[in-house]
Design a protein around this ligand. Structure first.
Ligand SMILES: [Zn+2]
Length: 321
């Protein structure tokens, strides 16, 4: 084994926090409006309580628009992407207003709750308006102006962001991140079906879960552009559609395998999800996540596992323990 390893296994939890912005271009405000309303009303608080209970510092990769105090809904500062599945203006559904009048579009008070969590949480970025950076319809100017708007929104809350995840995990224009202070981003899982046609990928992922196949453990990698990439290991995915049929215990079993491998290989088990993903069957989904986090806590007690946020991940020095 030539690659340097960590002194112990590492667990990292990253959360893409986006409310309605994550699905607006696909399903409008109706598609996930109810789930997002539950996310705002209860999921975020319950999730924070779980993180406190198990003393887990997570990374909240947050859509910049949620950080705004208010807006007028037009955003001339953002160069529009031209995604082929979107007709009309990119901000056409943005009603403007504030958290009280447009609660699915703004979330400053929730971000403040994350920031006030007694177990420190990291706040990172997930674009300003969920532009798909790696899509051909996202020009350089579109990506840069979206990033600039994200950084401005964050600094209006006194936040300096260093971690990033790409909307839909589609990597693009990553060299624009470094110039804006970002240091680490989440890259796609190194799954066997990555790069296959969408249906094969979907079925492949289902098979991984049904068979509780061991998820990959990963290492942070220094990229040529100065950023560090950290692949995801496993998504804790929602109970929608076909996935409803899969008992949560299977997700938990897979995660346990990942944790054991992280300990054995002194590498990272990087679990990720969206708080929205917990909104359906919330008690069961939170219960499953709680079981995983309890296991993390037990392994940490035994001195076999560290918990790190994305911002705390760097490739270990060669020759280190
Ligand atoms: Zn707006």
């Amino acid at each position: 084994m030539s690659e340097a390893r960590f002194p112990r296994g590492v667990f990292t939890l990253s959360l893409d926090f986006e409310l309605i912005w994550g699905t607006l271009d696909l399903f409008g405000t109706d598609g996930f409006g109810e789930a997002c309303a539950r996310e705002r009303a209860v999921v975020v608080d319950r999730l924070l309580a779980l993180l406190v209970e198990h003393r887990i510092s997570a990374t909240w990769l947050t859509v910049g628009h949620l950080m705004l105090e208010r807006c007028v809904g037009t955003h001339p500062e953002v160069v529009r992407p031209s995604h082929r599945w979107v007709s009309g203006d990119w901000f056409g559904a943005d009603p403007g207003g504030d958290e009280a009048t447009a609660p699915l579009f703004f979330a400053r008070s929730l971000i403040e709750r994350v920031r006030a969590c007694p177990v420190p949480q990291e706040i990172g970025g997930h674009s300003f308006s969920h532009v798909i950076y790696g899509d051909p319809g996202c020009s350089r100017a579109a990506a840069e102006s979206d990033l600039d708007a994200l950084v401005a929104a964050a600094s209006s809350m006194g936040l300096r962001l260093t971690s990033f995840s790409f909307p839909r995990n589609v990597v693009g224009h990553q060299d624009a991140l470094r110039a804006r202070g970002f240091e680490v981003f989440r890259s796609p899982e190194p799954a066997w079906h990555r790069g296959a046609p969408p249906l094969v990928r979907r079925l492949g992922h289902l098979a991984d879960v049904v068979l509780a196949r061991r998820p990959p453990v990963v290492m942070p990698r220094q990229e040529p552009d100065g950023l560090v990439s950290v692949p995801g290991s496993m998504i804790y995915f929602p109970r929608h559609g076909l996935r409803r049929l899969l008992p949560i215990a299977l997700r938990v079993r897979r995660a346990r395998k990942g944790l054991r491998d992280a300990v054995r290989e002194r590498a990272v088990f990087h679990l990720w999800t969206h708080p929205t993903n917990l909104a359906d069957d919330m008690e069961d989904m939170l219960g499953g996540l709680g079981t995983i986090l309890a296991e993390v806590g037990a392994l940490r007690e035994q001195g076999r596992l560290d918990v790190r946020t994305m911002g705390e991940l760097r490739p270990p020095e060669a020759g280190a323990a």
